[in-house]
Design a protein around this ligand. Structure first.
Ligand code: DCP
Ligand code: MG
Ligand code: MN
Length: 338
């Protein structure tokens, strides 16, 4: 795999990267997964390159940069703009769609439906559309949920969750994962991994949903419960939190992880998503399977690599041992961006 420099890099190509990132964000909002991946890979190549790239010929020599992206890199280096991006921003219906897609919980389908029904602003949605409770919260806290959370504030939210939980039972642990664990200077949400030695999923769920969430809600820290999922892939609580004295609501996730799955869950919830995908693909080529609960071997796959059996657990508890078993050198969280 390639070298990575962490989330905080200051590359000579930073100005170009910023414009390409906006383009990737734009495609992210339109649901164009294929394009967004191409942009992100291209950004990684640029970030790892030691000098500023100004021509398409230089750009085309980078890994994962095709002729069309190379042309865009040259255009940005010369003009500091990308016409394609300026055009996208100027298109009114596109802007409305983009705005609607950034409502928490509303995907491309819902956003398109609102546009089709003739709504043009968030206020119109609030006044006239038939909204779910969560959609209403997403619109009322649109600015909050779409602004980045400074690293220090992410830590404060994590500490409040940890203190409350450890007052219930000192053996509980809270690890802030996601972009925070990768060292980002700011995050989109707060991903709290909740675990406890020698503890299964049922006990975690009882304590977190039965005690922690009610207590933090009574204190005014948790301000909304948006979704609770409890499936094969673990239990999660999604909601919003707010620091005392602040009006800003933040998205906060509680991810409940039994102790024997902690290593695999740490990998999964540290990400980023593209890094996770590449590790899983690697596992599958080695006849193994990686998910957020563990690394398994002797997985039997049929045509098109479809899994036929679950396989035998190789390792779930220890993050480093999972890297070892995969034959991948240990990669600290700050270097897990693709
Ligand atoms: N994840 C994943 N695939 C997804 C979604 C999430 O592998 N489709 C994993 C990797 C992420 C982690 O879960 O790093 C947390 O998800 P977030 O959406 O909170 O993403 P990040 O924390 O990485 O970024 P942000 O700062 O935007 O929250
Ligand atoms: Mg996150
Ligand atoms: Mn999250």
């Amino acid at each position: 795999m390639e070298k990575h420099t962490g989330d905080k890099s200051n590359s000579p190509n930073q100005a170009t990267i910023d414009v390409l990132q906006q383009m990737a964000d734009y495609y992210g909002q339109t649901g164009d997964e294929w394009r967004i991946r191409a942009y992100r890979k291209c950004i990684t190549s640029l970030r790892n390159y030691p000098t500023k790239i100004t021509t398409r010929e230089e750009a085309a020599k980078l890994p994962n940069v095709g002729p069309r992206l190379a042309e865009k890199i040259e255009e940005i280096a010369f003009t500091n703009h990308l016409r394609r991006l300026d055009n996208a921003k100027a298109e009114p219906s596109d802007q409305v769609l983009q705005t609607f897609m950034q409502v928490y919980g509303a995907g491309i389908v819902q956003a398109n439906r609102w546009v089709r029904d003739g709504y043009r602003t968030l206020d119109e949605l609030l006044q006239k559309a038939d909204l779910t409770d969560n959609q209403r919260i997403g619109i009322l806290h649109y600015e909050d949920f779409n602004s980045r959370i400074p690293r220090a504030e992410v830590a404060q939210h994590g500490t409040i969750v940890r203190k409350c939980l450890q007052a219930i039972d000192p053996s509980f642990e809270v690890i802030v994962g996601g972009s925070y664990r990768r060292g980002s200077k700011d995050s989109g949400d707060i991903d709290c991994i909740v675990t406890r030695p020698n503890t299964d999923a049922d006990h975690l769920r009882n304590v977190v949903l039965g005690q922690l969430v009610p207590q933090l809600t009574a204190k005014g820290f948790l301000v909304a419960s948006l979704a609770i999922t409890s499936k094969d892939d673990g239990s999660k609580w999604h909601g919003a939190s707010r620091l005392a004295g602040s009006k800003t609501w933040r998205r906060l996730d509680l991810l409940l992880v039994p102790s024997d799955e902690l290593g695999a869950a740490l990998i999964y919830f540290t990400g980023n998503d593209i890094f996770n995908r590449s590790l899983r693909l690697l596992a599958s080529y080695k006849g193994m399977r990686l998910n957020q609960r563990g690394l398994y071997r002797d997985v039997i796959r049929g045509p098109k690599r479809v899994k036929v059996t679950e396989g035998t657990l190789v390792e779930g508890r220890d993050e480093k041992k999972i890297f070892e078993a995969l034959g991948v050198p240990w990669r600290p969280p700050e270097h897990r961006i693709c």
